[in-house]
Design a protein around this ligand. Structure first.
Ligand SMILES: Nc1nc2c(c(=O)[nH]1)N[C@H]1C(S)=C(S)[C@@H](COP(=O)(O)OP(=O)(O)OC[C@H]3O[C@@H](n4cnc5c(=O)[nH]c(N)nc54)[C@H](O)[C@@H]3O)O[C@H]1N2
Ligand SMILES: Nc1nc2c(c(=O)[nH]1)N[C@H]1C(S)=C(S)[C@@H](COP(=O)(O)OP(=O)(O)OC[C@H]3O[C@@H](n4cnc5c(=O)[nH]c(N)nc54)[C@H](O)[C@@H]3O)O[C@H]1N2
Ligand SMILES: [Mo]
Length: 778
């Protein structure tokens, strides 16, 4: 089998004008299940268990699960993720016997995962260039021997945010007993700007909004998040708010469908009525990528003007003076910054007219309970942390943090990415209760800072990183600098992946390479004490139980906690006093250990986690207690309005590329080639461009071009064979799909303080494709 080639006849690009949700999503779902050879009746039975108090938590996004779920509490994309996990096909030892790894490296992301579930532990044999089956015990023994030959500081323990709280807590403990704080997480490419920004602003690394707040708010900001695709169940509370007449102000360079119109597929009356669905945004600011800091500054600046006017007129104040005086610090400096900010610059950087920004400021000033949601459009910039802090500043000016119906709401990515950080997966030792771990388990944890994702890549490139263990994910495909990272990877000594499905990262073999297949979350996990529950934390800091009941994909699979425990026992059982086997026998004991380590957040963990709606962690910022250095909420003044210094330094023909997700993918998992909501069918190799730029650059609709990164460091970063698609996007910006465009992201192009790769602002040039290209299904 060769890398699949797409039939150019199948490529259809046409505008999509229907709402998100609606019949389109159900049709697409059923088609996916049938393509997979799955029985519709079985699929519906399985989906009926999704996000239910006694069922399993969705493996797709991290949006909150309601206390009273509807009979089908899932969305199109959550259902796709479940169906994908339940693939009837197997990437089994027979499959690996038929294909060399070199051959598989030529396959694309979609075709690799489509081979089905990994069903047996495998080890790479360089003599025949194939993965071959290996006994679990032998695999653990060999990996342990390799680890014990390496220096712990040279090994990376990556986690992609899906594994449960139980597996994650065990994983970080294993890494630390072995001697490493190198615990990067997918969060390092995602909401780390939040985790670094919010603690300084409000003393909490996570948001303050809960599901109930949506029913009480009177205004919503929605910034840089494609809700209809990436957290579709969130459309339900948003729609309810819109139906109450609550204004929703969206900032986005693209007119994403979920921000325009929505029909709830779970409401028969809405589905049967011919109408266009709910208008989701009352106000849509189609700003330039990176323009958020400017628009937010403009809004805050105008609030000061409205405050001055109110004082002169003797009308009620616009700023919440009591809150600012009692609870905050840094306001005077921030005011000085706002007063000095220049409107011409604000308008130029954002592409939004001053009158429009002032109108939104006046609207905001008229509302009492305001929620601000945001996603990758805010965090994946060089100044992603400053973006997050500026949004906080805006909320603090009117006391919109720590009151009902208001607050800051980062919409996280993976279903347990927030929870992994909560239970100790962090490269930053100061965020982990190391003294307790030392006392409970009698070992001396490493105290120096570990490597985050960017630093792990740097270590691979400079040859200091020698081993990599992945608890899920597709690291090499998700990070920047694809070409160099892939090349450097092969020089390492050890590569271990704990995974459900085959991906490109698994094909980067090292001196010793192992694939360890694990149970998926919807599968029954039977241990000595019986069938096990696991748990996870959603975006609103609620902890939920999850119980898988489907038959495992193979009887050779082990659970993630079992794999981690057996790796730990084989590698460093003598270095600490951890009851690994007892934990695997009964996960309730791991939950007791988590509660003991984090008593404030996990009080009565085992008693409460299966309650409908879960239980809320103790986030004291919700009660206006600020765990900051000065005990106050802080206004943090940005240095200037420039969110991406790398972009502006590069001259006229440089466009800012934003890399985005389609409606048919979960991160690097590509379900198919139809981005229905953007009207792009049959290909992912596109570059969305403004019509003015197409004309200015002498291009044509449908022409094939290359994108080249506009840097001066001498590295040729290029992606060939992209189809020009005219699209509604600000002039000077262009967009295309992640992960295909990751080879364009320089490793140095990341947030200064959080190290999140700046995936929404990559400086690129367009070059005409010289040789004819067959469109490949990359
Ligand atoms: N179905 C599905 N669900 C998912 C995922 C998936 O791949 N598929 N991924 C999961 C993960 S890990 C994550 S992190 C989340 C990601 O969910 P999102 O946060 O929605 O991330 P993106 O899809 O990258 O889209 C970001 C949005 O920001 C906009 N944007 C780009 N640049 C800017 C800017 O400068 N300013 C503003 N205001 N907007 C901008 C883009 O147009 C896009 O609409 O979703 C999670 N859920
Ligand atoms: N250019 C660009 N790059 C980006 C982004 C972007 O917007 N633009 N977004 C970034 C973001 S927000 C994120 S979160 C990262 C995502 O980076 P990762 O989290 O590393 O990548 P995923 O694609 O989510 O990982 C998919 C793989 O996880 C494995 N898997 C699936 N389910 C399970 C499970 O239950 N257990 C185990 N052990 N393995 C499982 C499967 O083998 C599958 O192939 O990418 C980042 N990279
Ligand atoms: Mo993410």
């Amino acid at each position: 089998m060769k890398r699949s080639e797409l039939d150019p006849e199948d490529i259809v690009i046409k505008e999509y004008n229907s709402p998100t949700g609606g019949w389109g999503s159900l049709k697409s779902l059923i088609k996916k299940a049938e393509e997979n050879g799955q029985l519709a009746s079985d699929i519906w039975a399985m989906l009926g268990e999704q996000n239910k108090p006694d069922g399993f938590m969705c493996v797709s996004c991290s949006w909150a699960k309601p206390r009273e779920p509807s009979s089908f509490e899932f969305c199109e994309n959550g259902a796709k993720a479940t169906i994908w996990e339940h693939d009837p096909k197997r990437a089994d030892p027979d499959f690996f016997a038929r294909h060399t790894v070199t051959e598989l490296r030529d396959w694309n992301d979609h075709d690799l995962e489509k081979t089905g579930r990994l069903s047996a532990p495998m080890k790479y044999n360089p003599d025949c260039d194939k993965y071959e089956p290996i006994d679990w015990n032998v695999a653990f023994r060999e990996i342990a021997a390799e680890l014990n030959r390496l220096n712990p500081d040279d090994v990376i323990f990556y986690a992609s945010g899906r594994a449960s709280l139980e597996a994650s807590h065990m994983y970080q403990l294993f890494a630390r007993i072995y001697g490493s704080n190198n615990l990067p997480d997918s969060s390092n490419m995602c909401h780390e700007s939040t985790s670094v920004g919010l603690p300084k602003s409000i003393g909490s690394p996570v948001g303050t909004v809960q599901l109930e707040d949506f029913a009480k708010c009177d205004m919503i900001f929605f910034i840089g998040h494609n809700v209809g695709v990436n957290a579709p169940r969130m459309l339900h509370p948003l729609q309810e708010a819109r139906k109450r007449g609550v204004p929703l102000v969206a900032f986005n360079p693209l007119p994403e469908r979920g921000l325009v119109r929505f029909k709830n597929p779970q409401s028969p009356t809405e589905m049967l009525s011919p109408g266009p669905g709910t208008e989701m945004s009352s106000d849509f600011l189609q700003l330039k990528s990176g323009g958020d800091l400017s628009v937010l500054t403009g809004i805050c600046k105008h609030l000061l003007v409205l405050e001055d006017d109110a004082q002169k007129a003797g009308t009620p104040a616009v700023l919440d003076h009591d809150f600012i005086n009692q609870h905050t610090s840094g306001f005077d400096e921030f005011c000085a910054f706002l007063r000095a900010a220049n409107w011409d610059e604000i308008v130029k950087r954002s592409g939004i007219e001053r009158a429009e920004i002032e109108r939104i400021a006046a609207l905001y000033a008229s509302k009492e309970r305001v929620i601000a949601n945001y996603g990758m459009g805010l965090t994946q910039h060089r100044e992603g942390v400053e973006n997050v802090q500026m949004l906080c500043n805006m909320l603090l000016m009117r006391g919109n943090i720590g009151k009902e119906g208001a607050g800051i709401s980062p919409v996280r990515g993976h279903s347990n990415v927030q929870g992994q950080r909560t239970v100790g997966i962090s490269e930053k030792p100061e965020l982990v209760p190391l003294d307790k771990l030392a006392e409970f388990y009698r070992f001396e944890p490493p105290r120096h800072k570990g490597k985050d994702t960017v630093e792990a890549c740097e270590g691979m490139l400079n040859g200091t990183v020698k081993g990599f263990i992945g608890l899920g994910g597709n690291f090499s495909r998700a990070v920047p600098e694809t070409a160099l990272v892939e090349k450097a990877w092969r020089r390492m000594d050890l590569h271990v992946q704990i995974a459900t499905k085959l991906n490109r990262n698994h094909l980067l073999t090292t001196r010793a390479t192992y694939l360890l297949p694990c149970l998926g979350r919807s599968e029954r996990d039977t241990q000595v004490s019986g069938d096990q529950w696991v748990s996870m934390e959603d975006s609103t800091a609620n902890i939920h139980g999850s119980f898988g009941s489907r038959d495992p994909a193979s009887d050779k699979l082990l659970s993630e906690p079992a794999i981690v425990a057996r790796l730990a026992m084989a590698t460093c059982n003598d270095k600490a006093d951890v009851p690994w086997q007892a934990w695997v026998d009964d996960y309730a004991k791991v939950r007791d250990a988590i509660e003991r380590t984090y008593p404030d957040d996990f009080k009565d963990f085992n008693q409460r986690f299966t309650h409908p709606g879960g239980f809320h962690r103790n986030i004291v910022a919700c009660k206006r207690e600020w765990k900051t250095d000065n005990g106050k909420a802080n206004f943090i003044t940005p240095r200037n309005l420039d969110t991406d210094p790398d972009v502006h330094a590069n001259g006229l023909d440089v466009l800012t590329l934003l890399t985005i997700r389609s409606n048919d993918q979960f991160n690097t998992t590509i379900y198919g080639y139809d981005d229905r909501l953007r009207g792009i069918h049959g290909t992912r190799m596109v570059v969305l461009l403004n019509a003015q730029d197409i004309a200015r650059l002498g291009l044509e609709d449908g022409e094939m071009v290359d994108l080249v990164t506009a840097t001066t460091d001498g590295i040729d970063r290029r992606v060939e064979g992209l189809r020009v698609v005219p699209y509604s996007i600000p002039a000077g910006n262009c967009a295309g799909y992640y992960p295909e465009l990751n080879p364009l992201m320089p490793l140095f192009h990341h947030s200064r303080t959080a190290h999140v790769p700046a995936a929404k602002s990559i400086p690129v040039r367009i070059e005409k494709t010289l040789r004819p290209t067959t469109p490949v299904a990359q």
